[in-house]
Design a protein around this ligand. Structure first.
Ligand code: RB5
Length: 141
């Protein structure tokens, strides 16, 4: 399952990404926020993390203004490996090498077209394992 979380600064991009998933008939869980009203990103990272960790196959997509706050907040949970990705290649490597279970995007600094291409790459790339598994295990997650 794909879990979507954002603050007010990520709300519009989150809605665009959700619309993309709807067009593809892919079900998502949207844990909010649900409007442009100001909220605090740590609250939504925490709710998103809880949902992501319900199933090892779950992946999260979190969005705030820069993506930085959501990354810091999400990674407070030792079982979360959240990666702020601004290129397709970063999204690919976040999955292949880091087994990232959360993709973070900067809502105020990225077009919906770029965001969707990064989302597609993140969701279709598998963890390579091997030498990278040893490193991920050292993260304690
Ligand atoms: C909200 O104004 C903004 O600070 C937040 O979305 C995020 O960019 C923080 O890192």
């Amino acid at each position: 399952m794909i879990i979507l979380a954002c603050d007010h600064a990520g709300y519009e991009l989150k809605e665009e990404i959700k619309a993309f998933f709807n067009r593809e008939n892919i079900i998502t869980i949207d844990v909010g926020t649900y409007s442009l009203e100001r909220v605090d990103y740590p609250d939504f990272a925490k709710i998103g993390n809880a949902k992501v960790l319900e199933n090892p196959n779950n992946l999260g997509i979190y969005i705030c203004g820069t993506g930085i706050g959501m990354s810091i907040a999400a990674n407070r949970n030792p079982k979360i490996r959240a990666a702020l990705c601004t290129t397709i290649k970063f999204a690919q490597l976040a999955r292949r090498h880091n087994d990232a279970n959360v993709l973070v995007l900067p809502g105020r600094f990225m077009s919906k077209f770029k965001a969707i291409s990064i989302v597609k790459e993140f969701l279709t790339t598998k963890f390579e394992g091997g030498r990278h598994l040893k490193r991920v295990k050292k993260l304690g997650s």
